[in-house]
Design a protein around this ligand. Structure first.
Ligand code: DSN
Length: 415
């Protein structure tokens, strides 16, 4: 960043400090990851200079011959990766992808059936403070209070009683495998569209570590930066019969000029995800999550659903005598980054919460395996037990720095 360091030292310093933070902390926010340097090179390129409203071969501006190459590569690779009939790689973010999918297939006021946000759903799945809760009628299904898992019979009964136009599966904090076939059967029974928002698990689906949503889903939305490990952004995939409506909803319906530098980054990410080593990464993410979950449970932590099948787990801290907010702060002081999270039947506010969500994608990208997960579970146990004690925090900080030192963020750069 030689040019930036001279032209804007303030921004340069902030970026340099962020590099230092990422190198010296354990990133356990389940929705975060580290892109490859190739993705970052593609995203930080001259394609940011270009206007390209429209789609490959049908643009409203001239000069798009090379932009078309990268957008076509991104679309074709996405289709191959997820066995999709159609892909639109222009959505800027996950919430926008959902908005565009609803806009393409529903009328304002139509009914969407989705998981309740405090039990693992997402704001854009019908929260009253989000556009989705204001423009559509929302009915929620709930996790089984005993098992903390999806109860497909109960979801089916709610669908039959409520007759939604859309049945939505896809979650921000659900640690178990999603049965897409069961959701499709429920949607078909009530004549609804089935939308799968696979933002969290996309990399696992692509890497063979979680079942794929197609051929069951009608529409699939996803971000590209979580387990999929690409640039920040999103995409929508769908059955051919929805392709035209989806494309129209994205442009000109909701967006203007696509971010073609981000689309170049998406193309590189999808290319990486098609390689055999991505399958190894995806499987290791899940193995690491299981190792971390098992070790935490062995140390007396209560996990929602008693474990995990995917990349994340929800720790219910009520038996540990602390809140999610306190745990997040104590962990952060030692360099372990995680987020407080509501747990089912939580009596605390979303700003306090009774749980923390932990994920393994970013640690896996750094090359960590089951033995490091056990070590990290031990650190988390000691940190929570010490309740912010300064001496214990200092020791844990040293342990985190030592572990980070063994797993460079970008070995190619010796970072
Ligand atoms: N904010 C994301 C997460 O952390 O799960 C979801 O969009």
């Amino acid at each position: 960043m030689a040019v930036l360091s001279r032209s804007d030292p303030e921004v340069y310093d902030a970026i340099k400090n962020e590099i230092g933070r990422q190198r010296s902390t354990l990133e356990m926010i389940a929705s975060e990851n580290f892109t490859s340097l190739a993705v970052m090179e593609a995203q930080g390129c001259v394609m940011t200079n270009k206007y390209s409203e429209g789609y490959p071969g049908k643009r409203y501006y001239g000069g798009n011959q090379f932009i078309d190459v990268t957008e076509n590569l991104a679309r074709d690779r996405a289709k191959k990766l997820f066995n999709a009939e159609h892909a639109n790689v222009q959505p800027h973010a996950g919430s926008q992808a959902n908005m565009e999918a609803y806009f393409a297939t529903l009328k304002l006021g139509d009914k969407i059936l989705s998981l309740f946000l405090p039990e693992g759903g997402h704001l854009s799945h019908g929260s009253p403070v989000n556009f989705s809760g204001q423009w559509y009628k929302i009915v929620h299904y709930h996790l089984d209070p005993e098992t903390g898992t999806l109860d497909y019979d109960a979801i089916r009964k709610t669908a039959i009683a409520e007759k939604p136009q859309m049945v939505l599966c896809g979650y921000s904090a659900y640690p178990r495998t999603v049965d897409f076939k069961a959701f499709k059967e429920i949607a078909d029974e009530v004549g609804a569209i089935m939308l799968a928002d696979i933002a969290h698990i996309a990399g696992l689906c692509a890497g063979g570590a979680h079942p794929q949503p197609f051929p069951y889903a009608d529409i699939v939305t996803t971000t590209t930066h979580k387990t999929l490990r690409g640039p920040r952004g999103a995409m929508i995939m769908c059955k051919e019969k929805y392709a035209q409506a989806i494309d129209k909803a994205v442009f000109p319906g909701m967006q203007g000029g696509p971010l073609e530098h981000a689309i170049a980054g998406k193309a590189v990410c999808f290319g990486e995800a098609l390689k055999p080593e991505f399958k190894e990464y995806a499987k290791q993410v899940v193995k690491n999550a299981k190792a971390l979950a098992d070790e935490l449970m062995a140390k007396g932590f209560k996990l929602v659903s008693d474990g995990t099948d995917n990349h994340l787990m929800l720790v219910d801290l009520r038996n540990k005598g602390c809140t999610g907010k306190e745990a997040q702060n104590w962990l952060e002081e030692t360099g372990i980054t995680a987020n407080k999270n509501m747990v089912p039947q939580d009596d605390k506010s979303p700003f306090v919460t009774s749980g923390i969500r932990l994920g393994t994608p970013a640690l896996t990208t750094r090359g960590m395996k089951e033995s490091e997960m056990k070590e990290i579970a031990g650190m988390i146990d000691k940190i929570i037990a010490a309740k912010g004690d300064p001496a214990a925090t200092a020791i844990a900080r040293g342990d985190v720095i030592a572990l980070c030192g063994k797993h460079p963020l970008y070995p190619e750069l010796k970072w």
